[in-house]
Design a binder for this molecule. Structure first.
Ligand code: SF4
Length: 196
C-alpha cells in the first residue's frame, strides 16, 4: 500500500505545513539527510499538495494550536502562491498566528520580490542565515544559486524587516558557525536571533 503524504505535523502548540520537498540548498546539517520525517510524521511527499489538500489536512487541528508555521521538508517559498492562498483561507478560519520559516532565497527562487505579497498575511518570519559570510554560506549550505545567495538573503532580511512585525534570523549549532558573530549580525540588521 502506498505511504500517505503528510501535509502537516504538530509540535506542541504549533501546526507545521509541509508544502514541498524542493530546496535550492543542500545544507550539511539538513534533517533530510538522516530521516524521512519529524514528530512521528513521514514528510517525504509523493505529490505536492494543492489548497484543498492543505485545508483538508489542517482543519481538524486548528482549534488545538495557537500558531501555523510554513516549514516542512523543503523550502516553502517554492510554493509561494499556495502560501498566499493558505494564508488568505487561514485569515478567515483561524485566530492564531502565522509564521514562515524560510532559507531567505525566495526572491531568487521566484525571480521577483516575494515580501510584498506576504505582507499583511504572516505575523512572523524566521530566515535561516546560517553563516557569517558568503564563503561560509557556500561551504555549509551548498546553494544552487552560488555566490548570489548570501547577499540575496541579507537583502531579503532588510525587505522583511520593512514589512513584517517580527523578524528573526537563525543558525544551527551543528554547523559549527560562530554564534557570537551571528548574534552581532542580527543586531546590525536590527532583527532577532534564534539558535536552532
Ligand atoms: S535550506 Fe533547509 S530544507 Fe533546504 S537543504 Fe538547508 S536545511 Fe534543508
Amino acid at each position: 500500500m502506498p505511504l500517505k503524504d503528510n501535509y502537516c505535523y504538530r509540535i506542541r502548540n504549533s501546526l507545521y505545513l509541509n508544502l514541498t520537498n524542493r530546496c535550492s540548498n543542500n545544507c550539511d546539517f539538513c534533517i533530510q539527510h538522516y530521516t524521512d520525517g519529524l514528530a512521528g510524521s513521514r514528510l517525504v511527499l509523493s505529490r505536492e499538495p494543492g489548497l484543498e489538500d492543505v485545508i483538508g489536512s489542517i482543519q481538524s487541528h486548528l482549534s488545538q494550536v495557537s500558531e501555523v508555521v510554513f516549514c516542512g521538508f523543503g523550502e516553502p517559498t517554492y510554493r509561494l502562491a499556495l502560501i498566499i492562498e493558505t494564508c488568505q483561507w487561514l485569515c478567515r478560519n483561524f485566530a492564531g498566528k502565522i509564521r514562515l520559516n524560510t532559507n531567505g532565497l525566495g526572491n531568487l527562487i521566484q525571480g521577483k520580490r516575494i515580501i510584498e505579497p506576504l505582507s499583511g498575511l504572516i505575523d512572523r518570519i524566521n530566515i535561516s542565515l546560517n553563516a557569517t559570510g558568503p564563503e561560509e554560506y557556500e561551504e555549509i549550505c551548498h546553494p544552487s544559486f552560488g555566490e548570489d545567495s548570501y547577499p540575496s538573503i541579507l537583502e531579503f532580511i532588510k525587505q522583511a524587516k520593512a514589512e513584517i512585525s517580527r523578524v528573526t534570523i537563525s543558525a544551527v549549532t551543528a554547523s559549527g558557525v560562530d554564534m557570537d558573530r551571528m548574534e552581532e549580525i542580527a543586531e546590525e540588521l536590527g532583527v532577532g536571533f534564534v539558535v536552532r
